[in-house]
Design a protein. Structure first.
Length: 127
């Protein structure tokens, strides 16, 4: 689906979504993790490259697509990445497992009395 704007969380939380091809902006990454969706990262600038590294190397919930010398993501590379994250292989299964693990952790952290909630309240009480 390609649209100008949509409620990304509603899309990502739909059961038919198997993968998210993302520029790796922080909001997109955190929403994908909160919804338990694996990712293909196609970062362009700024924090996006760091976020892509986190997706692939730290959280193990996706892969980073390599761009050509011209800076463009090629069809063949995108297909390779989609096969990696959505295929039937062990790597894809492990990424989906980790996506569910981090979804659960994000839910715990953002629930009432979760770590995020407690930290926010501590900050508010301090000011």
């Amino acid at each position: 689906m390609v649209v100008e704007w949509c409620n990304q969380v509603n899309v990502l939380s739909h059961s038919s979504v198997g993968c998210f091809v993302t520029h790796c902006g922080w909001n997109s990454v955190s929403e994908s993790i909160a919804c338990g969706v694996v990712m293909v990262g196609a970062p362009r600038l700024s924090d996006q490259t760091i976020n892509a590294r986190l997706i692939e190397e730290v959280w193990a919930v996706g892969v980073r697509a390599e761009v050509g010398e011209d800076g463009v993501l090629k069809k063949k590379e995108l297909i390779r990445c989609l096969d990696l994250v959505m295929g039937d292989g062990e790597a894809a299964a492990q990424m989906r497992k980790m996506a569910m693990f981090w979804k659960e952790k994000a839910g715990e952290a953002t629930s009432k009395d979760g770590l995020s909630d407690r930290n926010l309240m501590a900050f508010v009480n301090r000011i």
